[in-house]
Design a protein around this ligand. Structure first.
Ligand SMILES: C[S@@+](CC[C@H](N)C(=O)[O-])C[C@H]1O[C@@H](n2cnc3c(N)ncnc32)[C@H](O)[C@@H]1O
Length: 211
């Protein structure tokens, strides 16, 4: 997600830091303590400007949410939304994540959302895709036994790749569609920034839920 540099970014991050986790590695195994309850914890990896995760947090006060975004100028928008909405069940941290085990213990998460992840179309970059088999194995390690992953993408090639990786890894497919907004699945109800853009342009959205 590209965005022009925001003037005084550090200052703005400070002003909107109420829901920012500065040293997420130190919270590993203690996220429930940070939220102050034992509610299930859901993660969005690559949350962009936070439209999806802030709405999820607002609609589901009995669940906790963590959003991760690698770009500070984009994450700032998510932090602003959390602060404006006083979303006590949402925390955000800024980092490009490679290994979720740096931040979460085994079974600490109940769900992971991957929304419109960067496609990395060149074959030599396949390992960077968030649905590469190495990543999928990594998600398995931090998810609870019943924990699920939900993946949405406009990119048909990335979806084909993902389905192959899921088959290779022996994952159980719970829901699958090439056209989410005609499927009747509840995952169509809360959309992301990218999703709105592609939907408005008439592009089909691919979706799979698995564990
Ligand atoms: C194409 S955008 C989609 C944003 C949002 N999920 C949406 O659907 O509107 C992908 C976002 O994921 C972030 N991202 C990609 N890889 C990441 C990683 N490993 N860790 C954290 N953020 C990542 C990028 O910085 C970018 O903002």
């Amino acid at each position: 997600m590209r965005q022009r540099n925001i003037k005084n970014l550090q200052e703005k991050l400070e002003q909107n830091s109420g829901f920012l986790v500065r040293e997420p590695e130190t919270v590993k195994g203690r996220w429930a303590e940070l939220f102050g309850n034992d509610n299930p914890i859901y993660l969005e990896l690559g949350c962009g400007k936070g439209k999806f995760i802030s709405r999820m947090a607002q609609d589901n006060p009995d669940r906790n949410y963590i959003a991760i975004e690698g770009q500070s100028n984009v994450a700032l928008r998510a932090l602003e939304k959390a602060q404006e909405g006083r979303l006590a069940n949402l925390r955000i941290f800024i980092d490009y994540v490679h290994d979720l085990q740096d931040y979460f213990t085994e079974g600490e998460l109940d769900g992971i959302y991957l929304n419109f992840s960067d496609p990395w179309p060149k074959a030599r970059h396949a390992k960077r895709r968030l649905t590469h088999r190495n990543r999928l194995e990594n998600y398995r390690k931090v998810l609870s036994d019943e924990g699920t992953v939900e993946f949405k993408t406009d990119n048909d090639g990335l979806f084909d790749f993902t389905m192959e990786e899921l088959e290779e890894g022996g994952f159980e497919i719970l829901q699958q569609t090439r056209d989410l907004h005609k499927s009747g699945f509840s995952a169509a109800e809360i959309t992301t920034e990218y999703e709105e853009r592609f939907k408005d342009a008439g592009k089909n959205i691919n979706f799979v839920k698995f564990r």
